[in-house]
Design a protein around this ligand. Structure first.
Ligand code: 3PG
Ligand code: MG
Length: 412
C-alpha cells in the first residue's frame, strides 16, 4: 500500500517535525562539499512553509560520540539552507535542550528551525536490539523521542539516506506520535518509486557495479542481486577478497580473509545462476598509499609488498565494454582510492561508462557518496537517471530489505 505524503497533511498553523538527512560531506575546514542532500529536501520543506506550516527540521551529521562536538555542528548546514531557501533559518544550539524548546515555542507559521545534531545525544543511536533486554536503554531512547515528539503536531520523514537506521528520530519518534499524522516527504516518495520501478521491472541487460572497501558490507546485496541482474562488475578493495578466493595472489591488498569462503560461494552461485561476475584483470598497485605515491600496473597476480589501490587500464576497458550496452544499471561504491588521484581513474572510467549507457537509453541509478561525487566531479549529473541520496539505504533497498522507519508511517 502507498504511504501518505506531506501533500496529504493539513500544514496550516501546524508545527511540523521533519526528519531530514543533512549528513553532507565537508572538507577539513568544515565547508560543505556537496549540498545535494539539502537541495533534494527543498521541495518538501517549501511545501510545508508555503502552506503556512511552522517547520522544525532535525538531522544527524557524521558519527559524533553522543556528545557535543564542534566538528559535527549543523550550523553550516543551517547557513546553506538559508541561502538555498532565501530566508532566515533559525538554529537551535541544542536538540531537546532549553534553546530548542524556547525556539520551538516562539515558532510562527512560515518559520523554519533547524535543531542541532541529533547524534550529540547518545540516545539517538541506541539500537532497538540492544535496548531489548536493557530497560534503562529503552527508557532513555523513548524519553529522548518523547521530547522531540512533544514539539510538534505532525511528523514528516524525508531522510531517505537514513531510512535503514532505527535511530530514535527515525523510528521511535513516529512510534510515540501515533495518532498524529506521520507521513513521508517528496524525496522519499521519489526514491522509493524510482528504485522500486527499476529493480522490479528492469530492462535487460541489467548490470550492477559494486565497489568500496568491504565484502562484508555487500554480501547481502550481492546475494540478492545475483538472482536479478545479468552481470555484476566488482571493483574497489572488496575485489581482492574475491580474487584471492579464486586463487590469485593479492600481495598486501586489503582483504577480508574471514569472508573468503563466502566470496567463493557467491562466485559459484552466480555461475550457476548464469550471472556473469567481472573482477579486475589488472590493478594499480603501490608500496605505500600516500598522495604522489609511485605506482605500477600489476596484471593478474600482485607481488608481496604491493597493494592494489585502483583497477588497472585493462580492467577499466573491460568494465566499460560490459557497462555501455546495459539497459539498466545500479552502481554503488568506488573502484579504488578515489580521493587520492590518480587512483580515481577506474572510478571515473566507470562513471563515464554509466553516463554513456544512459545516453544510449539505459536507466541508471547511482548511490553512495563516492560514486555520486565521481559523477559530480566529471559534471555528469545530468547524464544519470537517478542519483540516490542514500548509500547504505539504497543498497538495503536493492537487497530487498524493509525499512521499519517507513513501514511505521501512515498509509493512504
Ligand atoms: C549516510 O550518509 O550513510 C546516512 O546519512 C546514514 O548515516 P550513518 O551511516 O552514519 O548512519
Ligand atoms: Mg552510512
Amino acid at each position: 500500500m502507498a504511504k501518505k505524503t506531506v501533500a496529504d497533511i493539513d500544514a496550516k498553523g501546524k508545527k511540523v517535525l521533519m526528519r531530514v538527512d543533512f549528513n553532507v560531506p565537508q572538507d577539513d575546514e568544515g565547508n560543505i562539499t556537496s549540498d545535494d542532500r539539502i537541495v533534494k529536501a527543498l521541495p518538501t520543506i517549501k511545501n510545508v512553509l508555503d502552506r503556512g506550516g511552522a517547520l522544525i527540521l532535525m538531522s544527524h551529521l557524521g558519527r559524533p560520540e553522543g556528545a557535543r562536538d564542534e566538528a559535527y555542528t549543523l550550523k553550516p548546514v543551517a547557513e546553506r539552507l538559508s541561502q538555498l531557501l532565501g530566508k532566515k533559518v533559525i538554529f537551535a544550539n541544542d536538540t531537546i535542550g532549553p534553546d530548542a524548546k524556547s525556539k520551538v515555542k516562539a515558532l510562527k507559521s512560515g518559520d523554519v528551525l533547524l535543531l542541532e545534531n541529533l547524534r550529540f545525544n547518545k540516545e539517538e543511536v541506541i539500537k532497538d536490539k540492544d535496548a531489548k533486554d536493557k530497560p534503562d536503554l529503552r527508557t532513555a531512547k523513548d524519553n529522548f523521542a518523547k521530547e522531540l515528539a512533544a514539539m510538534a503536531d505532525v511528523y514528516v520523514d524525508d531522510a531517505f539516506g537514513t531510512a535503514h537506521r532505527d535511530n530514535a528520530s527515525m523510528l521511535t519518534v513516529p512510534a510515540v506520535m501515533q495518532g498524529k499524522p506521520r507521513v513521508i516527504g517528496f524525496l522519499i516518495e521519489k526514491e522509493l518509486k524510482f528504485l522500486g520501478d527499476t529493480i522490479n521491472n528492469p530492462v535487460r541487460p541489467f548490470v550492477a557495479i559494486l565497489g568500496g572497501a568491504k565484502v562484508s558490507d555487500k554480501i547481502g546485496v550481492i546475494e540478492s542481486l545475483i538472482n536479478k541482474v545479468n552481470r555484476i562488475v566488482i571493483g574497489g578493495a572488496m575485489a581482492y577478497t574475491f580474487l584471492k578466493a579464486r586463487g590469485k595472489a593479492v600481495g598486501d591488498s586489503r582483504c577480508e580473509d574471514n569472508f573468503m569462503d563466502k566470496a567463493g560461494e557467491l562466485l559459484d552461485r552466480a555461475a550457476q545462476l548464469n550471472c556473469e561476475v567481472l573482477l579486475p584483470p589488472d590493478n594499480a598497485v603501490v608500496r605505500k598509499l600516500q598522495p604522489g605515491a609511485e605506482h605500477r600496473i600489476a596484471v593478474g597476480d600482485i607481488d608481496p609488498g604491493w597493494q592494489a589501490v585502483d583497477i588497472g587500464p585493462m580492467a577499466a576497458r573491460e568494465f566499460t565494454a560490459k557497462i555501455v550496452d546495459a539497459k539498466t544499471i545500479v552502481w554503488n561504491g568506488p573502484m579504488g582510492v578515489f580521493e587520492i588521484p590518480p587512483f580515481d581513474k577506474g572510478t571515473k572510467a566507470v562513471a563515464q561508462a554509466v553516463a554513456k549507457a544512459t545516453q544510449k537509453g539505459a536507466k541508471s541509478i547511482v548511490g553512495g557518496g563516492d560514486s555520486a561525487s565521481a559523477i559530480e566531479q566529471l559534471g555528469l549529473q545530468d547524464k544519470i537517471s537517478h542519483i540516490s541520496t542514500g548509500g547504505g539505504a539504497s543498497l538495503e533497498f536493492l537487497e530487498g530489505k524493509k525499512f521499519k522507519a517507513i513501514d511505521i508511517l501512515d498509509e493512504k
